[in-house]
Design a protein around this ligand. Structure first.
Ligand code: PEP
Length: 244
């Protein structure tokens, strides 16, 4: 179901003490964005800390990845069922850093989304083009290829995912897509999702979203919120984005 959703991606940042401060501030001030859905995706070891700190709030917590496998001899992997035991609601899959540094292919991303759904987690499926791909005019082809791989595997269950459009050139660079650029890609993705019977899912934008640019992005017709990296590490900034 569409509705405003803002998700923090802490990436590989944090520690018990700084997390306690950040989560404490979120738990104290979440009313600042009470009409929005909010979640934070934290590194695996801190799931239990997020669970404890946020349990009395409507803020959900999630993981930044999940195994495509259900159980067994997959050293270092974490299954969707394990995450679900912590009360995790979301698992990011296909973040560009996973695709770029850890070799997650379109097929692996689709398998991870399927595994997440099987454990009743909501996968946040990330798609996005490289700068060279944008400059070559292949943005739509790239993001639709990434999306189609997931749609092909999920079938009707595609209506239960969240999709995040994250142009790789905008992630952690301070260079944000203009609201027009983001809306154009979102409209393309929305049309493809609608064809697959999933036109009503939340479509997030990610890439250097800050408190001062969030409103212009989130105000666009097909942008339902954001996936926020660096700016999610500061409670006031993150909540200001969530409120935008
Ligand atoms: C991200 O990591 O998903 C992201 C969008 O990062 P940033 O907001 O820092 O660009």
């Amino acid at each position: 179901m569409r509705g405003k959703l803002v998700v923090g991606n802490w990436k590989m940042n944090g520690g018990l003490a700084p997390n306690a401060a950040l989560l404490g501030e979120l738990a104290a001030d979440w009313q600042a964005a009470a009409d929005r859905k909010i979640a934070v995706c934290v590194p695996y070891p801190y799931l239990v800390q997020a669970q404890a700190a946020l349990q009395a709030t409507p803020i959900a917590w999630g993981a930044q990845d999940v195994s495509e496998h259900a159980a067994g001899a997959y050293t270092g992997e974490v299954s969707a069922a394990m995450l679900a035991e912590f009360g995790c609601r979301y698992a990011i899959v296909g973040h560009s850093e996973r695709r770029q540094y850890f070799g997650d292919t379109d097929a692996v991303v689709a398998a991870k989304a399927k595994a997440a759904l099987a454990a009743k987690l909501t996968p946040i499926v990330c798609v996005g083009e490289l700068l060279s791909e944008r400059e070559a005019g292949t943005t739509d082809a790239v993001v639709l290829r990434q999306l189609d791989a997931v749609l092909a595997v999920l079938g009707a269950d595609a209506a239960r995912v969240v999709v995040a459009y994250e142009p790789v050139w905008a992630i952690g660079t301070g260079r944000t897509a203009t609201p027009e650029q983001a809306q154009d890609v979102h409209a393309t993705l929305r049309a493809r999702l609608a064809k697959a019977g999933a036109g009503d899912i939340p479509l997030l934008y990610g890439g250097s979203v800050k408190a001062d640019n969030a409103a212009s992005l989130f105000g666009r017709r097909d942008i339902d919120g954001g996936l926020i990296g660096g700016a999610s590490l500061k409670a006031a900034e993150f909540l200001a984005i969530a409120r935008a």
